[in-house]
Each structure stands twice: as structure tokens, then as C-alpha cells.
Design a protein around this ligand. Structure first.
Ligand SMILES: [Zn+2]
Length: 460
């Protein structure tokens, strides 16, 4: 839920004409709907999903239900643009603190949703058109927030009641929010990779998924290009996106987007593939950026409005497995961050398969994760230099302390095995796979996956 500015004096004609008729259905006329559609940027006032006005999903909700408050049936300030799901969850529910509900007032001014008369009821359901007192982050962040899985959390009693009444924990919302977080994570990792690794443009273009429309919008792609072209202030470009463009009001789930920015560390930096050094650098840049915007806010107290970008966000396609599809890409990107040797390129595939089997995989630069890892996996081919066995030694040390820890080594040829001295040193504590033994040409990506699957099968 975000704050929606509505002019209570700019009343649609149909409402003004019929305002004394109780129980009238004139509130549902086209001019009312069109006006609400515009004010609400085509999104449900409660759950923030995009709803087309021509669609039967677009409904008009009476904030105070017409059953309990028939005199508010045609009251402009009582009408909220709302999706069918939120509307049917809410139904006639309207919990208030006051023992009895307010009656039809004598003074017409008291019909306004923000009048002292109606506010005396102390409603528990949040109203998107009434900005919370002392709002944090200009919005309902005071009442509602999200965790990094897209789960909605009530921070106040009103927040909790609103989640409950509108069922804002609904599966379809949860999946959409999870996808958004995942999408943002992919984007963020891509940006971080550009900032830290300075790869060439072509390499990155190859990484961007083919169905780019689904993952990134125009704004995101332009950020990527800006990052390539800019020599300085790269973090500013990235955080500007988070803070300014990402919260264009036409997009879905603005509150979640704000939450991702303000809980940036919690959402994105706890990932084990980010080294401490990088984490430190990112956080420093983030704090600096926060300082800057706080100062800007002080200098310019009317910071509330975010410029209206012209495009509407592409509706995300909801597929059951899209979350996992996204995760795969994240892993692919993370590989680039955590490894510099291309020879272990297949490790991300292994990790993907193994993590799907609920195994934690030790990656070479994540020493702090050793205790919780289950598997170490390494691929050695002709490019892998002899003196690079240190990570294997690290794995051996863990094996000595933790019996159930598995070391899987895949070598491309017997020659490599000899070069690495793998037979002698690691014979009894590792699972060795090579082409000659498995019959698979491991260099081939597809069969590599098969080998890993075989490894897992043998275990169960
Ligand atoms: Zn809704």
C-alpha cells in the first residue's frame, strides 16, 4: 500500500448528481472508474497490483462498507480503486476501535473520510488515501514491510489487521513479490559484476537472458549501459535506480521496492557469494548515498513526488517455476563474482543441481561458510594449474573435521589427474570422476549435468 493523493473536491459528475440517493449503484459509473483509474495509476489501492480498468478485475471498493454506512455509498472520499480479490476478501469487514459506528452526520463535511468525525472511530484498516501520521519513508512503511522472500509483515496493529482483512499474504501476491525481489537481485548482481569485474560489454550481453523483456525493463537496461560508459560514480548510478526510477508510481509494489532500498543489506548483501571485502565496499557506497539523499531531503522538504515516467512496467508473467528459473540465472551471475578462473565454469551448474537437492556447496572464496557446507565440488581440466590445489586442501581440512562432508572432483583426463597428483593425495577421501571412468565426455555441458545427477543418485 502506498499513499494516494486524491482531491476530495474534484468529484465525478455522476456522484455529485446522485449524492443523496442511498444504496445507489451510480458509484460504479464509467466516469468514476476512469477517474479512480487515473488517480490510482491503474493499480489496486490495497495490494498494488496492476488492474486494467476495462477488466472485470477492476472494482470500486467502499472503504467504509455500504452495508454498515449506507450514507457513504456515493461519497467520493469513500471510494477506492481495488482489485476483485482484495475486494472480495474485505467484503463488509471494517474493524474499528470505537464501540459504535458513526451515524449519518448532519454536517456534510463530516462525510469525508479524513474528517475528525469519522476518524474518531479509529479504524484499523489502513486507507491508502490517508497518509499515516509521521510517515516513515513518506509512506505506509510505518505499518507494513516485507522480508526478503516477499512475505508481508505488519509493523503496527493497523498493519496486521489490514494484512488479515485483505489477505495480503495471498499466494498469488507472494509469488509476484518474490519474483520482483528475484528479478531485482539478478539485476543487482549484474550491476555489481560490472562495477567490480569490469568485464567487456559483449560478455555481459551474452549473460543477459534471451527473454530480456521478462527480466529487465528499459530503465534497467539503460542503467547497465550507463555503468559501462561511466568511469566514476558507478554506485550512484545503481542506487539512483533503486531510489528514483524503480519507484515510478506506475509500477507494481512500490512499497516493496522502497523496502528493498531501505533494507538493502538485509535483502541483498547476506549472500554468501559476496566476499567481505566487496560487501564492505558496497555498504560504504550505500551509506554515502543515504547521507546524500538525507541531506537533499532536508534542503528540499517537498521530495514526496517522484517524476512520472512514461512507460508502464511490463506485466510480469507468472509461472510456477519462474522463481527457480530466476534463481538459476542468479547462480550463473554469482559464479562470475566469486570465481575468476573460467576453468571452473561448470561449478555453478553443479551448485544449482546440488542446492536443489538441499546441499550447501562450498565455493572457493567463501571460507566463512565452511562449517555449514555439505559438498565441495571442483572441475579440473588442462587449464587448471598445478599450484591451484589450495582450495582442494582447504576442502580436505574440512573433511578431516567433518566426516559426512563430500569432495567431488571431476577431471577431464587421466593426464590431468597425474599432473595434479590427485590419485596419491586424495584417493581415499574424494569422489573422483573422469571421462575414462564415466564414459561421459565431461567437457560437454549437457553430460556434465548428467554426471552430477549420477553422483546424487548414488547417494540416495
Ligand atoms: Zn488488490
Amino acid at each position: 500500500m502506498i499513499y494516494i493523493k486524491k482531491d476530495y473536491n474534484d468529484i465525478p459528475k455522476n456522484l455529485e448528481k446522485n449524492q443523496n440517493i442511498e444504496g445507489s449503484t451510480k458509484y460504479n459509473s464509467t466516469d468514476v472508474k476512469n477517474k479512480l483509474f487515473k488517480i490510482y495509476n491503474g493499480k489496486c489501492g490495497y495490494c498494488e497490483t496492476i488492474i486494467d480498468k476495462s477488466n472485470s478485475w477492476a472494482t470500486i471498493d467502499h472503504y467504509r462498507p455500504k452495508k454498515e454506512y449506507p450514507f457513504l455509498c456515493l461519497e467520493w472520499s469513500n471510494l477506492i480503486y481495488c482489485c476483485q480479490k482484495c475486494n472480495s476478501c474485505k467484503h463488509d469487514k471494517f474493524p474499528i476501535e470505537l464501540k459504535d459506528r458513526q451515524k449519518d452526520p448532519k454536517n456534510k463535511k463530516d462525510l469525508l473520510a479524513n474528517s475528525d468525525y469519522l476518524k474518531q472511530e479509529n479504524p484499523y484498516l489502513l486507507n491508502p488515501e490517508i497518509q499515516p501520521e509521521k510517515p516513515e519513508v513518506n509512506d505506509f512503511y510505518k505499518h507494513l514491510e516485507f522480508d526478503n522472500q516477499g512475505k508481508i509483515i505488519g509493523k503496527t496493529y493497523e498493519g496486521e489487521v489490514s494484512i488479515d482483512v485483505l489477505k495480503l499474504y495471498r499466494d498469488e501476491l507472494q509469488i509476484k513479490r518474490m519474483n520482483l525481489i528475484c528479478n531485482t537481485e539478478i539485476f543487482l548482481f549484474l550491476c555489481l559484476m560490472i562495477i567490480f569485474e569490469e568485464p567487456d560489454k559483449e560478455e555481459i550481453t551474452n549473460l543477459i537472458p534471451d527473454n530480456v523483456d521478462f527480466y529487465f525493463d528499459k530503465e534497467m537496461l539503460s542503467v547497465i549501459m550507463k555503468l559501462f560508459d561511466s568511469k566514476v560514480n558507478k554506485f550512484k548510478i545503481l542506487f539512483d535506480w533503486f531510489f528514483k526510477y524503480n519507484i515510478d508510481l506506475k509500477r507494481e509494489f512500490i512499497l516493496l521496492r522502497k523496502c528493498m532500498f531501505y533494507k538493502f543489506k538485509e535483502f541483498f548483501l547476506n549472500d554468501r557469494s559476496i566476499t567481505d571485502k566487496k560487501r564492505h565496499t558496497i555498504l560504504e557506497a550505500y551509506d554515502e548515498y543515504l547521507d546524500d539523499i538525507n541531506q537533499d531531503n532536508k534542503a528540499n522538504s517537498s521530495q514526496n513526488e517522484i517524476s512520472n515516467n512514461s512507460h508502464i512496467e511490463k506485466k510480469s508473467v507468472i509461472m510456477d517455476n519462474s522463481y527457480y528459473e530466476n534463481k538459476k540465472i542468479i547462480n550463473k551471475l554469482k559464479y562470475y563474482i566469486s570465481f575468476s578462473e573460467k576453468t571452473v565454469q561448470n561449478a555453478d551448474k553443479a551448485e544449482r543441481i546440488l542446492t536443489n537437492n538441499k546441499k550447501t556447496v562450498l565455493r572457493s572464496d567463501s571460507s566463512n561458510e565452511i562449517a555449514s557446507s555439505d559438498v565441495f565440488i571442483a572441475i579440473y581440466d588442462e587449464n587448471y594449474k598445478k599450484n591451484n590445489c589450495t582450495e582442494l586442501d582447504k576442502a580436505l581440512n574440512i573433511k578431516n573435521k567433518k566426516k559426512e562432508f563430500r569432495i567431488i572432483i571431476i577431471v577431464i583426463s587421466n593426464d590431468d589427474k597425474k599432473k595434479l597428483g590427485i590419485d596419491e593425495k586424495y584417493k581415499n577421501c574424494c569422489e573422483l570422476y573422469d571421462e575414462s571412468e564415466t564414459g561421459y565426455p565431461i567437457v560437454d555441458d549437457y553430460t556434465f549435468v548428467e554426471v552430477i545427477q549420477k553422483v546424487i543418485k548414488n547417494e540416495t
